[in-house]
Design a protein. Structure first.
Length: 109
């Protein structure tokens, strides 16, 4: 494994370890709540909340709904399954590249 590959692997695992740890935190811009397994990070969507406001108009009560798009954190839905998949895929790609390079060097001899 080359030095460049090692540096990439360290950065890749470090980033995903950071994402995993911060997904469990309650820091607003990282993760405002516990992760859910129904969405695969980073393909998550913003959440929409509706707040009802009853207003008395004459003898009738009218209910207005305010739509609010909620940002719940960058790593909101990141959990152990994503960590395993992203890190495991990096190892598989490096292993495949290493095996293919070994096969090519044997053919040249």
């Amino acid at each position: 494994m080359t030095t460049r590959t090692k540096k990439f692997l360290i950065l890749w695992i470090g980033f995903h370890l950071f994402a995993l740890v911060t997904s469990k935190s309650k820091i607003y811009w990282l993760s405002n709540r516990a992760p859910r397994t129904e969405a695969f990070w980073p393909l998550t969507v913003f959440k929409t909340e509706y707040k009802e406001h009853p207003v008395l108009e004459g003898n009738a009560i009218t209910i207005y709904k305010d739509k609010k798009i909620v940002f719940t954190g960058l790593f909101e839905d990141y959990d152990y399954s994503e960590f395993g998949i992203y890190v495991g895929l990096a190892f598989l790609v490096i292993l495949f590249k290493s095996v293919s390079n070994n096969n090519n060097s044997k053919e040249k001899i």
